[in-house]
Write a protein that binds this ligand. Structure first.
Ligand SMILES: *Cc1c(COP(=O)(O)O)cnc(C)c1O
Length: 371
């Protein structure tokens, strides 16, 4: 479709490939990239297509709709849902050959019935709550898994957990979680329940906890080129995949005493050259960036003035020589020597880089580049 409005997110697929190679430097285990939330805002179908070319066969998403979107596009992909699926939708899982995570016996029973009905074997991965406190078998894990493993047409292919603090410098809680998974796994093995695949590693664990790599790693954020570690950069190898851009739609000069935007929160105290940008908080430029957030124009940082509106935003371009309508504006990404990172935007909005990426909304077209 025509991009009538000059606002877009640029997705650099060669950076994605580069990050995948960087991840292979951390681990020999199979990599199951996490492409939930439309691949963290990058576009799941394009991301999967690119990573498939790199030899990846298995991908993880958060729920069934996301899994089905991939299934319709890639009939031969191994797709796993790493979030809850209601028992009543078991037939979709079986028919579309999608691996669910199982954390309640009732889910497994419903799935088993669906698998028997369609004369298929349903592959599952069992989720263990070792300390994330979210979903997963906990105190009755051994008994429950024993029960599940004996259900007809069920194959327990995997067992896994999720780590709560893998981005911390102090890894003692991670170690405690892994030990709990290991002990349960040993107990199951001793009871004759052999599960071929274990997994635990999200991005920070891929980078700094080799003991968590097991048979499969589940990186999300580092695939997209962002550093997940709490104490800052430990890897210069990652390249951000997404940049967020627009073009100036209007320019004017306002006088001292004139105001900009809703609520008149910015009042000029001298002549100010104002550029209007055709995007706002409905696109993912957060309203917390009002009066203080920055964007890049002609390689320079300029300040947002007034409140960010739903569809438009104003910036002070007084200092930018030769600024013109149609000039490219970088909200997130690099322009010349300057760069605005997702981490910088996150810090300014009191959130994490993940939320900045996912927060770039559907109405922003994704433009794919491959050089
Ligand atoms: C989101 C998620 C991941 C990926 O996390 P990153 O920190 O982005 O690498 C891995 N596993 C599970 C269960 C998740 O929910």
């Amino acid at each position: 479709m025509t991009n009538f409005r000059p606002v877009w997110a640029e997705i650099n697929l060669s950076a994605l490939r580069h990050n995948f190679q960087a991840i292979k430097g951390y681990t020999k285990s199979e990599i199951m990239p996490i492409v939930k939330a439309d691949a963290y805002g990058h576009g799941a179908v394009q991301v999967v297509r690119t990573l498939k070319e790199e030899g990846i066969k298995r991908f993880g998403v958060a729920f069934l709709e996301e899994a089905l979107e991939l299934r319709y596009n890639f009939p031969d992909l191994i797709i796993m849902v790493i979030g809850p699926t209601l028992p009543e939708f078991s037939e979709f899982l079986v028919k579309e050959d999608i691996i669910p995570e199982i954390f309640q016996v009732e889910q497994a029973i419903a799935l088993s019935e669906a698998a028997v009905k369609f004369k298929r074997i349903a592959k599952i991965h069992i989720k263990i709550d070792t300390g994330m406190g979210r979903i997963g078998f906990r105190e009755t894990a051994f008994e429950d898994i024993t029960k599940i493993a004996s259900l007809p047409n069920i194959y327990v292919e995997g067992i896994y957990t999720h780590l709560a603090t893998a981005d911390w410098p102090d890894l003692s809680y991670v170690q405690k979680q892994l030990t709990q998974l290991d002990e349960l796994y040993e107990r199951l093995c001793s009871a004759g329940i052999e599960i071929p695949i274990r997994h635990a590693a999200n991005s920070p664990a891929v980078m700094q906890v080799p003991a968590s790599h097991y048979e499969i790693c589940r990186p999300g954020l580092i695939m997209y080129g962002l550093n997940p570690l709490e104490d800052g950069p430990r890897d210069v190898m990652l390249e951000p995949v997404l940049s967020f851009k627009a073009r100036i739609s209007h320019l004017k000069t306002i006088n001292s005493g004139d105001s900009v935007g809703y609520g008149r929160s910015f009042i000029a105290d001298h002549l100010v050259k104002v550029a209007t940008l055709p995007l706002g908080y409905a696109d993912g430029l957060r309203r917390t960036m009002s009066n203080g957030g920055e964007v890049l124009i002609r390689g320079q940082r300029v300040r947002i003035i007034g409140k960010v509106c739903m569809d438009q935003t104003m910036v002070d371009v007084t200092e930018i020589e030769n600024v013109a309508i149609g000039d490219e504006v970088t909200i997130l990404g690099r322009d010349g020597d300057e760069e605005i990172t997702a981490q910088e935007l996150a810090n300014k909005s009191d959130t994490i880089s993940y939320e900045i990426l996912c927060g770039i909304t559907k109405r922003v077209p994704r433009i794919y580049k491959d050089n």
